[in-house]
Design a protein around this ligand. Structure first.
Ligand code: ADP
Length: 464
């Protein structure tokens, strides 16, 4: 790489050492190569600044923030990003909140960030944009004459063609993506959906090797399945748990679910699956407690308030119906837990229920596998609708909508001989090791560096 690496993500870790797989991976990539990491600040501004503000904590690279007004946070982040694009990409067009102000706020923030970036970017720099918050960014930069390589990694599923049709900005959507040089997606299924949607456009043309021509632009689409820092996770999982394991297991086997409270995660469906297992389980099947750890997210968005009410009512019904004096079947914890508690908790669990209705990858599935004792591993029950299912084929793969299938998988996991658990776990652990987060970052950037740079605007004399 000859120029600087510039990473743009909505959130940027501020204060303290970075934690969490993705954040650590970006931190290490930047620490190794140098560069700049840009994200949104924590505080609202009355009038947003037209230049990035440097912040501390980069360690070998620079960090800077852009600010948002409170209205922009509502329109850009909660509105267009999380009430339009998030449901759209998770195949929930019924939940899309169409509001012209959201679209305007999203466009305004992207245009401003592009103006600020255009002031500092050099032609040889490489810009790596993360996620659905910045889909129009490359197009805005191109309008300003930026010819540097720009890559997008979309962490969430690529929408289907009918989903895209639900977007008022559907025509722009294709131009947004085509202005990047490389569009990285999680899975081969995402790549197929992306190519299909361009193939369906009159001015879309498939070139070879994942390259797409759209109008006067060509760009590349490729899958880069994201991973975790498996080695560190395995080490953390072996540290003593700070809570008493006897209380956690409470004379029962342990089934674990760990997800942000989001309608895409299928938590009520999973609870129904567990209820079906309670109803149908064989006499040989052990008593089991299902601990679902679910920190709230995007709490002001109505769809998130609705899922919380639904989940709490369902858990109450099942506990009321099946609970006994010395056992509560489901323990719902509406808080996050620190990583050094989460990792040993995964290791303690007999089963992980990772059953999203739609998910870009799902890192919980990989974390659970990394945390297991290979001699006596727990069983991963994984939704076929998680991106992770494309690689983690040795999990018990289920249709998350089908409560009976989920219930049967729980029964099968409890009855599974140790040798089968070990063999499945060994294969899954290999996947986790082969798709390490650090390799993911390096391979995306290597690919981005190899794509041909966009031509400069017609008026200019040509690039060097
Ligand atoms: P998403 O990015 O949609 O939330 P992922 O499964 O890809 O879903 O990533 C979730 C990350 O957040 C994982 O690293 C996981 O450990 C962490 N996480 C999820 N739920 C909790 C929780 N209840 N407590 C602590 N960490 C959590």
């Amino acid at each position: 790489m000859t120029g600087r690496l510039i990473v743009l993500s909505n959130r940027i870790p501020t204060g303290g050492p970075p934690s969490g797989g993705l954040v650590v991976a970006i931190h290490e990539l930047l620490a190794e190569r140098g560069g700049l990491w840009i994200g949104s600040g924590d505080d609202f501004a009355e009038t947003p600044s037209e230049s990035f503000q440097p912040v501390e904590g980069g360690k070998g690279y620079d960090k800077a923030i852009f600010d948002l007004t409170e209205a922009e946070y509502n329109e850009f982040y909660l509105g267009y990003a999380n009430s339009v694009l998030w449901p759209l990409c998770h195949h929930r067009t019924d939940l899309i909140a169409l509001d012209r102000q959201y679209a305007e706020g999203y466009a305004r923030v992207n245009a401003r960030v592009a103006r600020m970036l255009a002031q500092i970017v050099e032609p040889e720099d490489v810009i790596w944009v993360h996620d659905y918050h910045f889909l129009p960014l490359a197009l805005e930069l191109r309008k300003l004459g930026v010819t540097a390589r720009i890559g997008l990694f979309l962490h969430i599923p690529f929408p289907t063609l009918p989903d895209i049709e639900a977007l008022p900005e559907r025509d722009d959507f294709y131009y947004w993506l085509a202005a990047f040089d490389l569009v990285g997606l999680q899975t081969e299924a995402d790549v197929a959906r992306c190519l299909d949607s361009y193939r369906a456009r009159p001015s879309g043309e498939m070139l070879f090797n994942g390259r797409v021509k759209f109008d006067d632009r060509a760009f590349e689409v490729r899958s880069f399945p994201i991973g975790i820092d498996g080695k560190t996770f395995t080490e953390t999982a072996q540290k003593p748990i700070t809570h008493n394991p006897v209380y956690i297991r409470a004379n029962a086997k342990l089934i674990l679910g760990v997800d942000r409270l989001d309608y895409s995660k299928g938590i009520p469906h999973r609870v129904r699956g567990f209820g079906t297992w309670l109803e149908n389980r064989s006499p040989e099947s052990p008593r089991a407690t299902f601990i679902q750890i679910t920190p709230p997210s995007r709490e002001t968005v109505p769809a998130y308030q609705a899922i919380k009410r639904e989940l709490e009512a369902l858990v109450g019904q099942i506990n009321g119906r099946y609970g006994e004096l010395d056992w509560t079947p489901i323990r719902l914890i509406e808080r996050g837990v620190p990583r050094d508690t989460l990792a040993p908790l995964y290791r303690l669990a007999d089963i992980a229920l990772v059953t999203p209705l739609a998910d870009g990858m799902n890192l919980v599935a990989k974390e659970f596998v990394a945390a297991q004792d290979p001699e006596d591993p727990g069983v991963l029950i994984l939704s076929r609708s998680a991106g992770a299912a494309e690689q983690m084929t040795e999990a018990l793969i289920v249709n998350p909508h089908d409560a009976e299938e989920v219930g049967d998988a729980i029964e099968r996991a409890f009855m599974m001989p140790r040798e089968e658990r070990q063999a499945r776990h060994a294969a899954l652990l290999q996947v986790v090791r082969d798709t390490d987060i650090f390799d993911w970052g390096t391979s995306f950037l290597d690919r981005l560096n190899r794509v041909e740079r966009k031509s400069p605007p017609a008026a200019s004399s040509g690039e060097t």
